[in-house]
Write a protein that binds this ligand. Structure first.
Ligand SMILES: NC(=O)C1=CN([C@@H]2O[C@H](COP(=O)(O)OP(=O)(O)OC[C@H]3O[C@@H](n4cnc5c(N)ncnc54)[C@H](OP(=O)(O)O)[C@@H]3O)[C@@H](O)[C@H]2O)C=CC1
Ligand SMILES: CC(=O)[C@@H](O)[C@H](O)COP(=O)(O)O
Ligand SMILES: [Mn+2]
Length: 398
């Protein structure tokens, strides 16, 4: 029997790569539902190819347009966030790819967790926003969480089986693990003179040297706030203490991350910078399947280099690391402020260097507070977005 998959964020970079892995293994998977915000053209093509039972659009008018363009197909078109949660938690679904970008992914992803699904987590913002609440929900509802973010998927692959199976609950030191090393490319501005950072355009920031990704995560890679989000993500996924987590600059993105053991061994996962590999791993775990990605050719690799990230070039990285150990309010604040700032930068309203200023401003403005539920997280998220918009006005170029 083939596994039924719901793809949240099917029109995005991760969504399309997930569908490519489905296509590579038609005997193993079928698509139950796909979701998007408003990209009707890609949804038409996806529905014609994969014939899912449901297609959900956040936007009601986009849903109406999609419905009109799918006449004759078996796909039922729905609208809204609640419908996304429904197709993520339906009893027929074997696993859910959580690949909506940003906070918008939290509720449908949580719905999949609460329904006890296998959840393939690409949407790192959901975990950054909710941390312990998310990990507790995984345990409470007996969900199976598999990291898809390339670094976390790499780390997962380098862990002992018992640590994999107790994800987020093992004592790393007791398992013989000294440190988890997250690699990061440094993005497109790694070698740019610092005084040119302010004038960089959205197109330049989105031109990642190694990976082809959506626009928001591409800007996050350029500021290295992506690595900051990943640091927080790793803290929760692998139950790390501060001294057990390190970021290593590795411009080639060939080593996707490493685990250092007490006996001096370091286990790394290597591969092409192609998300079909971690996605296929998550879809078939613990077996291995075809992903369509070629093996690394070591004879033509060239040199692999490593360095420390320069805090003057990447202030967002340290903001995120500090927020990680401050508390949930800080990582929720960091994420919301960053989402607003990145959207404003992509709209041409603020400079590249204003992103870190807005994140720092918000972390200084918001008072430390306990967040005891997803509702409280969402309330703080909303408050931070409102203040961040004010800061966007303050730095605005127009
Ligand atoms: N791309 C990559 O290689 C990697 C991505 N990730 C993470 O995966 C997630 C997705 O990234 P990526 O695929 O690059 O992003 P994209 O921007 O390419 O795609 C985002 C997807 O989310 C949908 N979406 C956007 N806003 C909403 C909303 N408000 N409600 C519902 N759906 C929405 C989009 O729909 P529409 O097309 O209609 O706008 C689209 O399907 C992010 O969290 C990212 O950090 C992690 C590791 C690697
Ligand atoms: C593919 C993936 O997982 C991205 O998160 C990637 O890590 C971005 O590259 P950076 O290392 O530049 O952040
Ligand atoms: Mn990553």
């Amino acid at each position: 029997m083939s596994k039924q998959v719901t793809v949240l964020g099917a029109t995005g970079s991760i969504g399309q790569n997930t569908l490519a892995v489905v296509k590579e293994n038609p005997e193993l998977f079928s698509v139950y539902a796909v979701t998007a915000q408003q990209n009707v053209a890609d949804m038409v093509e996806i529905c014609q190819t994969f014939k899912p039972q449901f297609a959900v659009m956040t936007d009601a008018s986009a849903a109406t347009e999609l419905r009109a363009r799918l006449t004759g197909l078996p796909t039922e078109v729905l609208a809204g966030t609640e419908a996304m949660a429904d197709v993520a938690s339906a009893p027929e679904v074997d696993f859910v790819m959580a690949a909506i970008v940003g906070a918008a992914g939290l509720l449908p992803t949580m719905a999949a967790v609460r329904a006890g699904k296998r959840v393939l987590l690409a949407n790192k913002e959901a975990l950054v926003m909710t941390g312990q609440l998310f990990m507790d929900a995984v345990v409470k509802h007996n969900a199976e969480l598999l990291p898809i973010d390339s670094e976390h998927n790499a780390i997962f692959q380098c862990l002992p089986a018992d640590v994999q199976q107790q994800l987020g609950r093992s004592d790393l030191a007791a398992a013989g693990i000294r440190q988890i090393m997250l690699t990061g490319s440094g993005g497109p501005f790694r070698n740019l003179p610092l005084d040119q950072l302010a004038e960089q355009t959205p197109a330049a920031a989105c031109a990642h040297p190694n990976w082809s990704m959506g626009r928001k995560i591409s800007v996050d890679s350029a500021t290295m706030l992506n690595k900051g989000l990943e640091y927080i993500e790793a803290r929760w996924l692998f139950n790390c203490q501060r001294e057990q987590l390190q970021v290593v600059l590795h411009p080639q993105s060939v080593i996707h991350s490493m685990v250092s053991y007490t006996d001096g061994s370091v286990i790394a996962q290597l591969g092409q910078p192609d998300m079909r590999t971690p996605i296929a791993y998550g879809m078939s775990y613990p077996a291995r399947i075809r992903s369509g990605v070629d093996a690394l050719d070591f004879m033509s690799l060239g040199e692999l280099t490593f360095a420390e990230a320069d805090p003057a070039r990447y202030p967002c990285l340290q903001l995120a690391i500090d927020a990680c150990w401050e508390g949930q309010w800080a990582t929720t604040t960091l994420n919301a402020a960053n989402e607003v700032a990145v959207a404003a930068f992509l709209d041409g309203r603020i400079r590249f260097t204003d992103i870190s200023r807005i994140v720092a401003d918000l972390l200084a403005k918001i008072s430390p507070q306990q967040l005891n539920s997803v509702a409280e997280v969402l309330s703080l998220d909303e408050q931070v977005r409102a203040y961040s918009q004010e800061q966007v006005e303050h730095y605005s170029l127009c």
